[in-house]
Design a protein. Structure first.
Length: 118
């Protein structure tokens, strides 16, 4: 009776080991920052409505960027004084190993005015 119990336990444990899902692939800080730097080239950049454009960028961001350090860096952009944001983005990209960052190059700290049709 004891050996049957041990056999069942052993088989049960081995099947649980096989049933574990594999962890998702990791994303390096460099890969994630390169994605963040590519935001100006997203198709949503052409959307005239600033709120809609940002909502689409946020949706893309949540689906695409997985590195916690890069996520934290991106979220911190909003806490930086607007005049210093371009430099902050450029420096964060360089620290992550991304030499050219389109987001920093095209970043405009001034509010964008969108013409409203009458």
């Amino acid at each position: 009776m004891t050996w049957r119990f041990l056999l069942v336990v052993a088989l049960g444990c081995s099947s649980k080991e096989e049933a574990r899902p594999t962890p998702p692939p990791t994303q390096s800080v460099t890969e994630a920052m390169a994605l963040i730097c590519s935001i100006p080239s997203l198709a949503v950049s052409a959307i005239a409505d600033v709120t809609m454009r940002q909502a689409e960028i946020n949706k893309w961001f949540k689906q695409t960027v997985k590195n916690p350090v890069a996520i934290k860096t991106y979220l911190e952009i909003a806490t930086v004084e607007p005049a210093a944001r371009r430099t902050y983005i450029r420096d964060a990209a360089k620290a992550a190993g991304v030499e050219h960052c389109a987001l920093a190059a095209f970043y405009n700290p001034a509010p964008v005015s969108v013409p409203v049709p009458k």
